[in-house]
Design a protein around this ligand. Structure first.
Ligand code: MLC
Length: 507
């Protein structure tokens, strides 16, 4: 099973039906398939083949999708990058993944720095992006298929298909290797769980460089034969208009997006007669938001649980009456869960422990990090880092209550405090930094930092530290609030007490 081959086969089935509407242009399934084949020709011409890594640093658009599927069709791995990453972040992902090709546009290329010496072999293809007529420009430089289709699908099953970088627990980002088996099995499981068909019309507002927008939404829609109405970015007013105008049946988002939609609901108030299901993931959906959304719109959001390392894990049922606010639902077909105590014993339903996951959805490991992989993958079981419990009266239903590792989730993006702390500590005035999440109505959690300044150095303003962090870290990782302390609270073992900091500074 090669994901790109499976999607190409679907495109033959769905043919001239509209697959994606983007910037005023309609792409049929066959249009997409043909473009993927053309991009594969272009990449093959560049020597790309099985096992190569191709980094994509592009704004949201069709070209991202074409390059991604062309990579997979040639057995190469996609390294999707957030276009808002800083030069330093991009350099570290390029060098860590050992990408041999970077596909980007002139605007981003001007911003990035390829680390000298480390990456002798990387080549860059610059694209002019999708112009006013929304036609991808890359192909003007060649790549037409003459005769034989260049796609040979040499990778499948446990071969890597993507390397997705997640914020690192030790300060260094980790590249999660996602295989074809992970992608294909999860895509089929979601199609079954959400009764996803060619009658669906999906409004796509999420970024394409993460699992949620690319793997769950886009792969799923292409496989099911649904039509995707793709927006370049999330805009609440445009979203409300499109839900009605395009008779959307399926919407996927993070809680921040649902929160913002409610804020604008009265002005937009769409007719939702066509709507089938609103789905939420990537961050916990509060009971309050679930209830408020139901009161306002009449729809009970379907919450599901996933993570890059295990794709989608559980989902609430399709029957709205069986969705329980605060619960992430039941394991998807083919996914097994167990809840373990810190001593590694299975706990009884109702008791909180750490969630472990097994199944074809579980990733292969972290790229070039065998120790980190061994720490979280044991006997095929993935240690999720999430704390939860099973319903005592319905043992397969899962509730999540917290995390065993420090992790901040802001608007659906994961941030490990260590990465932000090490960045802040590079500032000459900072002696120590402790980063933690504070509750935030919009983002769920807000990155915040407590700072101890070095003695004898002139005081710095919080704004200066925030600007300093922005030089090295993309915006969502940067502290939105900085507090100064004479010393950090520590327990008897010398560990910084983050919970105490949260209590001290919670509004
Ligand atoms: C943007 N900003 C954020 C932020 N998003 N800050 C904190 N948390 C966030 N989530 C900051 C930017 O850095 C910038 O600040 C400013 O807000 C405006 O940027 P923007 O791009 O205009 O942001 P906005 O449109 O407001 O974005 C909000 C959002 C976006 C909710 C639409 O965050 C988003 O698309 N989130 C979804 C992320 C996602 O797809 N996660 C899936 C991961 S996969 P400055 O200072 O830089 O100017 C996964 C697995 C699974 O987790 O289960 O799904």
């Amino acid at each position: 099973m090669n994901l790109a081959r499976i999607l190409s086969e679907s495109s033959v089935v769905f043919g001239r039906k509209a697959a994606v509407l983007f910037r005023g242009r309609t792409y049929s399934f066959l249009d997409i398939d043909r473009s993927v084949a053309q991009y594969a020709g272009l990449l093959k011409h560049q020597g790309i083949g099985k096992g190569d890594r191709v980094a994509i640093l592009l704004p949201k658009g069709m070209e991202f999708l074409f390059v991604h599927l062309a990579n997979l069709a040639l057995g190469a791995m996609t390294v999707p990058l957030n276009p808002a990453y800083t030069a330093e972040e991009i350099a570290s992902f390029l060098s860590d993944s050992g990408a041999s090709l970077l596909i980007t546009d002139r605007e981003r290329f001007a911003k990035i720095e390829i680390p000298a010496g480390k990456m002798k072999n990387i080549r860059t293809i610059l694209t002019d992006g999708e112009g006013a007529d929304a036609s991808p420009s890359l192909l003007s430089g060649g790549g037409e298929i003459e005769g034989k289709d260049p796609r040979d699908y040499p990778a499948e099953n446990d071969d890597g298909a993507m390397i997705c970088y997640t914020s690192g627990t030790t300060g260094r980002s980790k590249g999660a290797v996602i295989t074809h088996r992970n992608l294909v099995s999860n895509m089929k499981a979601l199609q079954e769980a959400w009764a996803w068909t060619e009658a669906d019309r999906l409004l796509h507002v999420l970024p394409l460089f993460h699992v949620h927008g690319l793997v769950v939404a886009m792969h799923g829609a292409l496989h099911a034969g649904s039509t995707v109405i793709m927006h370049e970015a999330f805009d609440p007013v445009e979203t409300l208009k499109t839900l009605e105008k395009e008779k959307i049946t399926l919407f996927m988002a993070v809680p921040t997006i649902y929160h913002r939609l409610l804020h604008h609901w009265e002005t937009g108030k769409p007719d939702l007669r066509a709507m089938r299901v609103f789905i939420s993931g990537s961050a916990p959906l509060s009971k309050h938001l679930f209830k408020k959304f139901e009161e306002t719109t009449g729809f009970r959001i379907l919450e599901r649980y996933g993570m890059t390392e295990a794709q989608m894990i559980t989902s609430n049922p399709l029957n709205p009456d069986r969705r329980v606010p605060g619960s992430v639902g039941y394991p998807l077909p083919g996914v097994s869960l167990k809840i373990l105590s810190p001593e590694g014993k299975t706990v009884v339903p109702g008791e909180v422990g750490e969630v472990w996951i097994k199944g074809d959805n579980v990733f292969k490991g972290y790229w070039n990090m065998p120790e980190k992989t061994a720490e979280c993958l044991q006997g095929g079981w993935l240690q999720s880092g999430d704390l939860g419990y099973q319903d005592p009266d319905d043992a397969f239903r899962l509730y999540l209550v917290g995390r065993s590792k420090e992790l901040i989730i802001s608007g659906g993006y994961n941030i490990y405090p260590k990465e932000v702390e090490s960045t802040l500590e590079r500032h000459e005035a900072v002696d120590e930094a402790a980063v933690f999440g504070l509750p935030d109505e919009d983002f769920g959690e807000r990155v915040s930092a407590a700072i101890v300044l070095k003695q004898g150095i002139p005081l710095v303003a919080p704004e200066e530290l925030m600007a300093f962090a922005h030089q090295y870290l993309t915006g969502y990782k940067c502290p939105k609030k900085i507090f100064f302390l004479d010393s950090l609270p520590r327990n008897a073992m010398g560990k910084i007490e983050k919970e105490m900091l949260k209590r001290m500074f919670s509004p």
